[in-house]
Unconditional design. Structure first.
Length: 76
């Protein structure tokens, strides 16, 4: 499951970032790290952007960025 599939209010734990290069480095610099808990706060009507909380701060991600972040949830 990727981060863009979570609904507002749902939480997950980051499992992997499936893309390498500068985008992965930029996301990691913003605190998107494997093992961190992420919570979706809200989504725009068409799902872009997505506002999430990671490490006690809010971060807005584009849908394409959220799609490369794999998460696990407690219910699975």
């Amino acid at each position: 499951m990727n981060l863009s599939m979570l609904k507002p209010g749902e939480k997950g734990k980051i499992r992997d970032i499936v893309m390498g290069g500068s985008l992965k480095r930029r996301l990691m610099d913003m605190g998107v790290l494997i093992g961190e808990e992420v919570k979706v706060l809200k989504k725009a009507p068409f799902g872009d952007p997505i506002e999430v909380t990671i490490k006690n701060y809010n971060l807005s991600l584009r849908k394409k960025e959220a799609e490369i972040i794999l998460v696990t949830t407690d219910d699975k």
